[in-house]
Design a protein around this ligand. Structure first.
Ligand SMILES: [Zn+2]
Length: 151
């Protein structure tokens, strides 16, 4: 809970995050930025945290609300021009596979190309994990890679 990430030192609230592993050098800057953004945030003392799903009027998470958010998301004309984009949600496969298919369609899969663009991995380490010949983009990994075609 959010309240577990902060404590009162007698004068002010101090954010105290617990990380599961040692942070990389580039992550330390992100943590610094996070602390800067959280500096003006003050929690109410004596009130318990609770989780609220902001995409539902009652604050309750449901996969249906996720689907509605994803469908209402602004997508490029290229993606919405394909007739099969809405057919992803017809319930033919389990919801997690539908969701993954949707992320592939909108390019939100953490391929090496995306991770290097976001600064999570080095740019020099973005070759396809399967063929090691091309940059691992969504298009390459799921459509163009010679090993994907063999599958
Ligand atoms: Zn490949």
């Amino acid at each position: 809970m959010i309240g577990d990430c902060e404590f009162w030192d007698g004068l002010e609230w101090i954010w105290n995050f617990q990380w599961r592993r040692e942070l990389f050098q580039w992550e330390l800057e992100l943590v610094h930025q996070l602390h800067e953004r959280l500096r003006p945030v003050k929690l109410l003392d004596g009130k318990d945290d609770n989780m609220v799903w902001k995409f539902d009027s009652k604050g309750v998470f449901s996969t249906k609300s996720v689907v509605q958010v994803l469908q209402s998301e602004t997508l490029s004309d290229e993606i919405t021009s394909y007739s099969f984009t809405s057919s992803v949600w017809r319930g033919v496969v389990p919801p997690r596979i539908e969701l993954f298919g949707w992320f592939v369609l909108i390019g939100r899969v953490n391929t090496k190309e995306r991770l290097s663009r976001l600064g999570i991995i080095r740019f020099s380490d973005n070759l396809c994990v399967l063929c090691k010949k091309e940059i691992e983009s969504v298009e390459h990994l799921f459509l163009l890679c010679e090993l994907t075609w063999q599958v």
